[in-house]
Write a protein that binds this ligand. Structure first.
Ligand code: COA
Length: 260
């Protein structure tokens, strides 16, 4: 398969998807989200593939978020469509894939980047990784499942603090929070993930797909939360704070929020 924004590597039972927009720190625009969906769908139907790793190209970023330049001028309706189509095409899709997906977090995982890592089945980080949900600094909220999956993984209080401060945590803190399972030097990250993938591929793919279903089923009773996130995300697009936050980012200055 040919992609504009991804590199797809396959060896034996392992497939690695590398998100490849290094000049934009691998920010997720809509084309990349669609390509990720297509790549994952293709790998799910390839009987040779047992485990998938998702990582970012370069040494700086896994994914630095959704592409702010692409949505800065969206209306409320376009904002909620952005969240709902992204959730369906990529974030829910990854979470419910029948094959294990490991996020190899090789640098910044911010906003939609952290939300992608959260949707993967588990995460391994390099020592230089930094993670956070900076959306409220732009006048918007996480819209790709971050308000739902982050509290599940690290607890409500820690998630609230990270979301409200728009702050970043480093790899060691992320491990302490249970956000990532392991932290390794950057040059060892992919080998480390491949080693886990090899151990997974010794086991029954059918049983693993049932395990994914069963684990996910335990979290399915909060569909309302995801719906509420999409609605609130869309509503942000109608506010002066959103206009100021996104404009300030694109103009490379600090936002001055007018507030409610
Ligand atoms: N959307 C669009 N473009 C982005 C981006 C994003 N989420 N994150 C980074 N970029 C672009 C920058 O605009 C810049 O493009 P330019 O060279 O054409 O000006 C390029 O990627 C490099 O980023 P830069 O900010 O110059 O790198 P830095 O090392 O100074 O800072 C970050 C790195 C990650 C701290 C900073 O890029 C950042 O804060 N990104 C946005 C994070 C965010 O808010 N994500 C949530 C989005 S909802």
């Amino acid at each position: 398969m040919q992609f504009e924004n991804l590199i797809l590597e396959q060896e034996d039972h392992l497939a690695t998807i590398i998100i490849n927009r290094p000049k934009k720190l691998n920010a997720l625009n809509r084309a990349t989200i669609q390509e990720l969906h297509d790549a994952l769908q293709h790998l799910e139907s390839d009987a040779d593939v047992q485990v998938i790793i998702i990582t970012g190209s370069g040494e700086k970023a896994f994914v630095a978020g959704a592409d702010i330049a692409e949505f800065a001028h969206f209306s409320v309706k376009q904002g909620s469509q952005l969240a709902s189509s992204g959730q369906k095409l990529l974030f829910d899709f990854v979470e419910n894939l029948s094959k294990p997906v490991i996020a190899a977090v090789n640098g910044f995982a911010l906003g939609g980047g952290l939300e992608l890592a959260l949707a993967c089945h588990f995460r391994v980080a390099s020592e230089n990784a930094h993670m956070g949900l900076p959306e409220v600094s732009l006048g918007v909220i996480p819209g790709y499942g971050g308000t739902q999956r982050l509290p599940r993984l690290i607890g409500k209080g820690r998630a609230m603090e990270l979301i409200m401060t728009a702050g970043m945590i480093n790899a060691a803190e992320a491990k302490e929070y249970g956000l990532v399972n392991h932290v390794v030097p950057q040059e060892e990250l992919l080998d480390f993930c491949e080693d886990i993938a090899n151990r997974i591929s010794n086991n029954s793919p059918v049983a693993i797909s049932y395990a994914i279903k069963a684990v996910n089923a335990g979290f399915m009773n909060n569909a309302q939360g995801f719906k509420a996130e999409i609605k609130a995300f869309g509503e942000c697009f109608g506010t002066d704070d959103f206009k100021e936050g996104t404009t300030a980012f694109l103009e490379k200055r600090k936002a001055k929020f007018p507030g409610a």
